[in-house]
Design a binder for this molecule. Structure first.
Ligand SMILES: [Zn+2]
Length: 312
């Protein structure tokens, strides 16, 4: 028996990985009436097939929230379902297909996501869900398939992004290292993803751009501006200056920060600023950097600098 509730609005967080989407999802997800789902794009392989833990700490199959979502959406999760959606993704959800996403399998692919969103909103009792899948091609698929999606395009200085992709980070799910990219590869992906998300706004899809640096410089002002655009409660009682208090969230997959519970200090990480080929990244991404208000020749990224720990 599948869910027959009305489809919720979907807040889709887009941008290249290591740009702060997980942090933003956690901050927005504390608002009443909205539920953070993590990176739904990875739910099929990492959640359903591999049984990796939900953000609440329970294994995917043992998380009561996702068990109920699966029952409402599909009559239960199954490897056959996950393999089917992954097969559809390989045919439909590709960056190279942008901007012509129409494909005979698109409707079936998008229907699977719509069922997840609808069931999750119903189980959580919320009218909005957040999917932080990031990939522009999925945002394009959802929009082409008629999902009521508002894209929040998260941009971060590509030199900071490239620095983060160079670093060795262990996945808390299985202790294995996360994927690493060199500066050239990161620059190309940064440009492609951001251009694809920019292009989406020209197709009539609501897209709101947020700079990660602005979020950290003034979290309340940035979140209040986003709340007005997204129809969220602008109160944000979990925020006190640069200190946010996060509760548990049933995020299916994503950056290790999805497991963080309790107080988090929102401070910029400027450790990218020394000793590696950051000028190469600036040279490769210069036009878009300028478009987003970063100064390629300015190691300060064009916004007030503060030292500190990584919050992405
Ligand atoms: Zn959970």
């Amino acid at each position: 028996m599948t869910d027959r509730s009305p489809a919720p609005g979907v807040i889709f967080l887009g941008g290249l990985g290591r740009s702060g989407t997980t942090l933003l999802e956690r901050l927005l997800g504390e608002s009443p009436g909205v539920t953070a789902l993590g990176e739904v794009a990875h739910l099929w392989a990492r959640g359903v097939l591999a049984g990796e833990p939900c953000g609440c700490g329970a294994g995917f199959a043992l998380c009561d929230f996702w068990r109920r979502v699966g029952e409402r959406a599909f009559g239960g999760w199954s490897p056959v379902l996950a393999e089917r959606v992954l097969g559809l993704r390989d045919r439909v959800d590709r960056t190279r297909r942008i901007p012509r996403m129409r494909h005979r399998d698109l409707d079936e692919y998008v229907r699977a996501y719509r069922r997840v969103y609808t069931a999750a909103a119903s189980v959580a009792g919320s009218r909005l869900v957040i999917d932080s899948s990031k990939h522009a091609s999925l945002a394009w698929c959802l929009a082409a398939g008629g999902v009521d999606v508002h894209v929040v395009h998260v941009v971060r200085d590509p030199r900071a992004v490239a620095h983060s992709w160079r670093r060795s980070v262990e996945r808390p799910e299985d202790g294995r290292p996360m994927t690493r990219w060199g500066p050239i590869r990161t620059s190309l992906h940064w440009t492609a993803q951001n251009l694809a998300l920019d292009l989406l706004s020209r197709r009539g899809v609501p897209v709101t751009r947020v700079r990660y640096e602005d979020l950290l410089a003034d979290p309340r002002a940035t979140l209040t501006g986003l709340a007005a655009r997204l129809g969220l409660d602008p109160a944000f009682p979990h925020l006190d200056g640069s200190l946010a208090t996060l509760g548990p969230a049933h995020t299916a997959s994503g950056n290790p920060m999805r497991f963080t519970i309790g107080p988090v200090r929102l401070i910029r990480d400027d450790s990218w600023n020394t000793g590696w080929p950051r000028h190469l990244v600036a040279a490769l991404t210069k036009p878009l950097m300028r478009r987003y208000g970063y100064r390629p020749g300015d190691l300060n990224g064009g916004v007030p600098m503060r030292g500190g720990e990584e919050a992405a």
